[in-house]
Write a protein that binds this ligand. Structure first.
Ligand SMILES: Nc1nc2c(ncn2[C@@H]2O[C@H](COP(=O)(O)OP(=O)(O)O)[C@@H](O)[C@H]2O)c(=O)[nH]1
Ligand SMILES: [Mg+2]
Length: 389
């Protein structure tokens, strides 16, 4: 998936922003079609055109699934996002995905001792530490069948739990799975260098670049120029690890995504997985959490939520209005979130009229300290925003 956009004409670049800004699949299709028509047909743009065409097909399917859901059909692949974070539970056939989701959330999944018993996604809710995790049970990840649709769900999710079966050759099955997912542009391991770009439709924030690593062949100003060539003028670019200017451009196309992942080796009540095989799993997926347990007996299930909390880098922020108690439900953000992220998630006007914030919690030196938009918050902080008017 590397090196997709190559010397796109200004006209095509300017159309890409419309794709990024599109909110609904319908808007996205229209924008993508327009973008595609502005991309010249030559060798250098072949992968990009292929990718865009595939994406169009996926979006059309998504609309079709949504329509099915509306007319009341149970067999729909569309899952409405609910709760704070969405986690897709996926894996080979018959590993215990449905039983796991059922045990963790109480969702009425279909559990059966034959493969392909699950034919459409079923969501359930898991609460931990005031955070609501929407877990989605899915049909098996095998080629053909529902494969592309499950991958689509994974792409849209915040995280993934891969369920394997300890009684089988789970390492071999995982190897195959990791390879196919990579070909689909879904990475389970955090890449060394990573670019995350949040593009804002409104506001006058300009282009902010947070460097938590290094740009190998350019400067922050080059990043700004690159984005401006795509007519992106309001965005937050976060750079982790070592990246090139080309990597920044690639990240605009979201062709490859990284999804924080947990591996759950299930059915430990039937077979204890070999420690050396577990080591192989860890070698295959460096940094990915590997849990062993049993959906049947409940062993290891209690570790899933805390591990999700950790790999998803979740922090909870409790907002409050002046002279009022903090909100009961936290705002769920990611590590390194700032007061600006809080203001923006409440209301864009709050950001525009921002004066200062007061913060209670571990990110400040004393309770109620006054801070600005760039203050980095910590898990459990209470934030009170003061604005004009
Ligand atoms: N012994 C045992 N059986 C399990 C466990 N988890 C699931 N199963 C059984 O494995 C079969 C497949 O489970 P299911 O949840 O339908 O798997 P899925 O196809 O991955 O959704 C069912 O007969 C389950 O009862 C487990 O931890 N231990
Ligand atoms: Mg199932």
């Amino acid at each position: 998936m590397k090196n997709m956009p190559t010397n796109l004409p200004a006209e095509a670049k300017a159309k890409w922003i419309k794709v990024m800004e599109a909110k609904t699949p319908e808007e996205k299709i229209r924008a993508l079609e327009e973008f595609l028509s502005a991309v010249p047909k030559h060798k250098g743009t072949e992968r990009l055109r292929e990718w865009a065409t595939k994406r169009l097909a996926e979006l059309r399917e998504e609309i079709e699934e949504k329509r099915k859901k509306k007319v009341g059909s149970r067999i729909s692949f569309f899952v409405e996002k609910e709760g704070d974070v969405q986690v897709v539970v996926a894996g080979p056939p018959n590993t215990g995905k449905s039983l796991l989701v059922n045990k963790l959330t109480g969702a009425k999944t279909v559990i059966a001792d034959y493969p392909f018993s699950t034919t459409y996604p079923v969501p359930g809710m898991l609460k931990y530490n005031d955070v609501y995790f929407q877990l989605i049970d899915t049909p098996p990840l095998v080629s053909g069948g529902y494969f592309r649709k499950v991958v689509g769900l994974m792409r849209n999710a915040d995280g993934i739990i891969i369920v394997l079966d300890a009684t089988r050759d789970f390492l071999g099955e995982l190897r195959e799975l990791v390879e196919t997912l990579k070909q689909e542009g879904v990475l389970l391991v955090k890449p060394g260098g990573r670019v995350v770009i949040d593009v804002y439709r409104t506001g006058k924030s300009g282009i902010r670049v947070t460097l938590m690593g290094k740009i190998t062949d350019g400067t922050i100003d080059d990043v700004r120029k690159l984005l401006e060539s795509y007519r992106i003028f309001n965005a937050h670019v976060k750079i982790y690890g070592e990246v090139s200017i080309d990597d920044v451009e690639q990240s605009l196309f979201e062709a490859t995504v990284y999804k924080p992942t947990i591996i759950f080796i299930n059915k430990a009540d039937l077979a204890k997985p070999n420690p050396s095989t577990i080591e192989e799993v860890k070698k295959l997926l460096p940094g990915v959490r590997v849990l062993v347990g049993s959906a049947l007996t409940g062993e290891g299930l209690g570790d899933i939520a805390p591990q999700l909390y950790d790999v998803l880098e979740i922090i909870r922020i409790y907002t409050k209005a002046p002279n009022a108690p903090p909100a009961e439900r936290p705002l769920v953000l990611r590590r390194n979130a700032t007061v600006r992220d809080v203001a923006r998630s409440i209301h864009s006007e709050l950001l525009e009229n921002f004066l200062y914030a007061r913060v209670w919690g571990s990110s400040v030196k004393y309770p109620g300290e006054k801070v600005g938009l760039d203050h980095v918050l910590a898990d459990g902080d209470i934030v009170e925003i003061h604005a004009k008017g």
